[in-house]
Design a protein around this ligand. Structure first.
Ligand code: PMV
Length: 325
C-alpha cells in the first residue's frame, strides 16, 4: 500500500481569488492555468499497520505548518477507502523551500494522487481533481495535462478541473524571477476571505466569464500578443482587488514593480513578453519559447532577482515507480 506521484505547480492566466464556499473550497469564479515544468513536488505515501503513529515529512520538516492540512486530506481519503491505518508521507519540492513560491498546488496534487493509489482507490481524473481541491483550491489544476480549466461549479461534484489543450500545444516559456521578501506573507487561504471587502470584487466577477471565453479562444488561435495583454491585465486586476480589500493586501516588493517596468521596457525594445503575479512578490514572465534566452539575459542584469526558474507547459500529475522510502 505504497505509491509515489510527481506533480507540477501551475500558474493561472485567469486567476482564482475569493471563494463562495470556504469549507468546500468552491471558487467565486472559474480559472485557467498552465502546468509548470520547473516547479515540482514528489510525494510517497504508505498506509500500513506496521506504523503506530502518522509520520509526515515535508521538505525535511516534521512539524511544518502544512502538516495539519496534509493530515486532513489523508483523513478524507481514508474515510472514502474505509481504512484506519497510520500513514507515512515523505514529500519534496525541487524548488527552494525558502523561496516563498507556493507549493500547495503541486503538494496537494501529488499527495492526493499518491494517497488514493496507495489505498487502492481507482479514481477518475475528474474525481481526483475534486478531491485535490479540498486540500488546496489551485491543486485541482495541477492534475490534468497542460493548459487547464477549473470549472467553478455550484456544488462539490461540479467544481473540477480538466485539460483544455495538451502541454505540447503551444511553445511558451514561463520564466519565474524570484524576488527577495522578508515580509510575513498573508497566506492565500486568509487572503481569499478578504476579497469580498473590495468594492472592485463584484465588478471583477461580472466580467470574468467573458475573460475565460476570450483566453480559451486566444490560446486556441495562439495569438500571443492579445493573450499576453489579457493575462497581464488580469493579474493587475486581481492585485487591484487585493490592494483595495480591508485590511489591504500588498504582496509586491519594490523589485516586483521594477520587474513590471522592465517587462514594459522589453516590449518597447521589441520583445513580446508579458507578466503575471500570484499572491507573492515574484514575477512570472511569459514569452514565446524562441525569445527565452534574450529575456533571461536582460533579467540577469537585475541584481535584486535572487533566482530565475525557466518553465515550459507541462504534463499533469503522474504516478512513478521510484519511491522516496
Ligand atoms: O489555491 P490557493 O488557495 O493557494 O489560491 C491560489 C490563488 C492564486 O494563486 C493567487 C491565484 C490562482 O488562481 O492560482
Amino acid at each position: 500500500m505504497k505509491a509515489t506521484a510527481v506533480a507540477p505547480s501551475n500558474i493561472a492566466f485567469i486567476k482564482y481569488w475569493g471563494k463562495k464556499d470556504e469549507k468546500l473550497r468552491l471558487p467565486a469564479n472559474g480559472s485557467i492555468s498552465v502546468n509548470l515544468s520547473g516547479l515540482k513536488t514528489i510525494t510517497t505515501v504508505e498506509f500500513s499497520d506496521k506504523y503506530k503513529i502518522d509520520d509526515i515529512l515535508i521538505n525535511g520538516e516534521k512539524r511544518g505548518k502544512e502538516v495539519g492540512r496534509v493530515m486532513k486530506q489523508l483523513d478524507r481519503i481514508k474515510k472514502i477507502a474505509k481504512i484506519h491505518f497510520k500513514t507515512k508521507v515523505i514529500s519534496q519540492n525541487n524548488f527552494p523551500m525558502a523561496s516563498g513560491l507556493a507549493s500547495s498546488a503541486s503538494g496537494f496534487a501529488a499527495l492526493t494522487v499518491a494517497a488514493t493509489k496507495a489505498v487502492g482507490l481507482n479514481l477518475s481524473e475528474k474525481e481526483l481533481t475534486i478531491l485535490a481541491r479540498l486540500g488546496s483550491g489551485s491543486a485541482c489544476r495541477s492534475i490534468p495535462d497542460g493548459f487547464v480549466e477549473w470549472e467553478e461549479g455550484k456544488s462539490h461534484e461540479s467544481s473540477y478541473a480538466r485539460s483544455i489543450f495538451p502541454s505540447n500545444y503551444w511553445d511558451l516559456s514561463i520564466i519565474v524571477a524570484l524576488v527577495e521578501s522578508r515580509d510575513k506573507k498573508t497566506s492565500s487561504t486568509d487572503g481569499h476571505k478578504l476579497a469580498e471587502t473590495s468594492l472592485f470584487f463584484k465588478t471583477r466577477l461580472k466580467n470574468i466569464d467573458n475573460k475565460i471565453t476570450t483566453i480559451k479562444r486566444l490560446i486556441g488561435e495562439k495569438k500571443f500578443k492579445e493573450f499576453g495583454q489579457l493575462v497581464e491585465g488580469e493579474a493587475l486586476e486581481m492585485h487591484s482587488v487585493m490592494l483595495t480589500c480591508s485590511p489591504s493586501l500588498i504582496y509586491w516588493q519594490p523589485t516586483t514593480i521594477e520587474l513590471m517596468k522592465l517587462t514594459q521596457q522589453l516590449r518597447k525594445e521589441g520583445f513580446p513578453v508579458y507578466f503575471t503575479i500570484d499572491a507573492g512578490p515574484h514575477l512570472f514572465l511569459i514569452c514565446e519559447k524562441k525569445n527565452t534566452s534574450a529575456i533571461i539575459n536582460k533579467l540577469k542584469k537585475i541584481r535584486a532577482v535572487k533566482k530565475i526558474i525557466i518553465n515550459q507547459p507541462d504534463e499533469g500529475t503522474n504516478l512513478i515507480n521510484q519511491h522516496l522510502f
